[in-house]
Unconditional design. Structure first.
Length: 78
């Protein structure tokens, strides 16, 4: 679908509008920065645990957020 980014597990797909995908990429990039940062702006461990539903470790969650942000940025840059 023109103007959208396809998201799906491989067997079915949903699409979001291109501007929404760009905004999501921006939000995830900033979230990654806040997870990975040092200092007072860093998201705390309890906050990180809350964001990932307590199911992933901070490092794993940080890596995942960064990877998804980069994928969305690459997908929406054209």
């Amino acid at each position: 679908m023109p103007g959208s980014t396809t998201l799906g597990p491989g067997h079915g797909a949903d699409a979001i509008e291109h501007p929404d995908a760009q905004r999501l990429a921006s939000v995830l990039t900033e979230l990654h920065r806040l997870l990975d940062a040092a200092g007072p702006d860093r998201i705390t461990d309890p906050q990180a645990a809350a964001l990932c539903g307590g199911k992933a470790h901070r490092d794993e969650f940080t890596e995942w957020v960064g990877r998804v942000a980069r994928q969305l940025e690459r997908t929406t840059s054209s």
